[in-house]
Design a protein around this ligand. Structure first.
Ligand code: FBP
Length: 551
């Protein structure tokens, strides 16, 4: 790829590390806490993870004596959707591995977990690594969504790790990929494979977090990129005064991205899926909520506005959530018959014929385009691919119809012209912000230190990240601690529990305290482009979500 001027200058950025691990790499020690439990379903998970359940939380501390480290071979996989900073995770891993022993080797599995199954790896050399430092994207080795699932997959993974004599395998991924990492760690322990498996929390969605994982990487840069675009659209809307912009934002089930962007940009309406679910709101309630803002603003002569919609909204509307759960089971159980159907019309007819009562009514009440999108292939983890469901277009149509009725009843005399946008891919490969550049590098460095300390079945954790990097700490969280059992592909499976927006959490409460004013007035805020050079107030700030949560 062509190297831009910014990229050339970013190559020389030196990411910051938590002080405890910034010293001599071979003197770092591990401080261990007590045994841990999973977030739920402890008994079932103890059975699945016989060898790795309940390990302690660990913190990395600077030791006083340096010891000799062996030459190691470590493999790395980028898994799932792109998130800014992935290259810096690999850079941190590479630098720690080489600092511990310059003769060590880093192998990158190409194209995600399938690279491991196919033993498709390349050696990442110093020159190769240098071309990717502080850049966005996952193109250094590519990513993929293959799930390591069957007994054959596990046996093949073990075979490849043995053949390559891997001391460690780093899985950079979201909740599903880190679930895979936990299962691999358990399998390797059970089978006597000496490869330690460590996960790294990646996803722009921000839903892989808890008390110990304060943020997944990429959320910071992605939300700043979307907020820049939304801010620009807000300025355009306030200048032209003729469009309502409906902007759907990536994030899968969780509304963290939409909420952070709302806090940054002050839209007239931001739907939060978790609130929709808690209030058991119907699709019509959501439409009413938007129409209220349109009417109030029209009465003040403002026939323009901004609506933010989280991409997972449709899954949280109770009647549609129930429908999706039934569709998932139906498609899993009838997969052979379903896969033989050729057209959307045939698939819709097949499904309508198999659904009963209310479920059939809900399905048939949806526009045909949405019906077809709900029947699109699931991802390899059994999730509906919500990024393909064009809720923003559906909502524009429904708002239009609702306002027409309002106008007929004399309750509305404004003009409504809706424009649909979807922001997702635009933010996933941006140059990582300084925060993500530092955070990712620290995560990669930590991942190496965890595996070289003999740990397996852990996820790297950098803490205190709402503070400057000089106050960060580094450690590891046992993956089983983050897990529960969930229905997937028609049966109960161990998975890392997704963190959704908490309605009693500080970010949502802040939004809720402001939204009544934003609904009527034009208080759009334009945060502008990510700044890489300049004063820390504009270059090194974490997200508002993180600041509010950790205040
Ligand atoms: P991950 O969970 O793998 O990080 O994916 C994030 C995401 O960007 C979601 O926000 C989005 O729904 C999905 O990936 C889109 O998937 P794909 O890249 O396969 O189109």
């Amino acid at each position: 790829m062509h190297v831009s001027d910014l990229q050339t200058i970013r190559y020389s950025y030196s990411p910051k590390l938590p002080p405890a691990i910034a010293g001599a790499v071979n003197s770092i020690e591990v401080s261990k806490g007590g045994p841990t439990e999973s977030v739920a379903d402890q008994a079932a998970l103890k059975d699945v993870f016989e060898h790795t359940y309940g390990q302690p939380v660990v913190e990395l501390v600077a030791g006083s004596t340096e010891h000799d480290a062996p030459k190691r071979t470590v493999g790395v996989i980028l898994s799932g959707g792109q998130a800014p900073g992935g290259h810096n995770v690999i850079a941190g891993l590479f630098d720690a591995l080489k600092a511990a022993h310059p003769g060590s080797t880093l192998l990158g599995f190409r194209g995600g977990p399938s690279g491991l199954l196919n033993n498709d790896a390349i050696e990442i050399t110093a020159d190769h690594m240098d071309r990717y430092r502080n850049t966005g994207g996952f193109d250094i080795i590519g990513s993929g969504r293959t799930k390591i699932e069957s007994a054959d997959d596990f046996a093949q993974s073990a075979k490849v790790c043995r053949e390559l004599k891997l001391d460690g395998l780093i899985v950079i991924g979201g909740d599903d990929s880190n679930t895979n990492a936990a299962l691999l760690a358990e399998y390797f322990r059970a089978e006597g494979v000496t490869t330690n498996v460590i996960g790294v929390p990646k996803t722009i969605d921000g839903d892989l977090r808890n008390e110990h994982i304060e943020a997944s990487f990429g959320f910071d840069t992605a939300t700043k990129t979307y907020s820049e675009l939304i801010g620009n659209i807000g300025r355009d809307a306030a200048s032209a005064r003729k469009y309502w912009h409906f902007i759907r934002l990536m994030g899968r089930s969780a509304s963290h991205i939409a909420l952070e962007c709302a806090l940054q940009t002050h839209p007239n309406v931001c739907i939060v899926s978790e609130e929709v679910e808690a209030k058991a709101s119907t699709l019509n309630d959501v439409v009413d909520q938007i129409c209220e803002s349109v009417r109030l603003r029209a009465a003040k002569g403002m026939n323009f506005g901004i609506v933010l919609i989280p991409e997972g909204l449709i899954e949280f509307i109770p009647e549609i959530k129930k429908l999706i759960a039934n569709l998932n089971d139906l498609l899993a159980h009838e997969s052979d018959a379903f896969s033989r159907l050729q057209s959307d019309a045939e698939r819709i007819e097949f499904v309508s014929g198999h659904l009963q009562g209310d479920l059939a009514d809900t399905f048939t009440s949806l526009p045909e385009s949405i019906q077809a999108q709900l029947l699109d292939d699931r991802d390899p983890h059994g999730n509906v691919q919500v990024s393909r469901i064009e809720t923003e277009k559906m909502l524009i149509e429904m708002v239009e119809a609702h306002l027409k009725q309002d106008a007929e009843q004399g309750n509305y005399s404004g003009k409504f012209s809706g424009l649909a946008h979807f922001f997702g891919y635009e933010g996933r490969c941006a140059f990582p912000s300084n925060f993500d550049a530092d955070y990712c590098y620290s995560l990669g460095y930590t991942a190496f230190l965890l595996l070289s300390s003999g740990l397996t079945g852990y996820i790297a954790s950098i803490r205190n990240i709402s503070r400057p990097a000089t106050e960060w700490t580094a450690g590891g969280i046992p993956l089983t601690m983050l897990m529960n059992m969930e229905q997937r592909h028609g049966s109960k499976k161990p998975v890392i529990r997704k963190a959704l927006v908490e309605l009693d959490g500080a970010p949502f409460r802040e939004f809720a305290s402001k939204r009544d004013a934003w609904k009527v007035e034009t208080e759009f805020s334009s945060p502008g482009a990510i700044q890489y050079f300049g004063p820390p107030e504009v270059c090194d700030q974490p997200t508002l979500t993180l600041k509010l949560e950790r205040a």
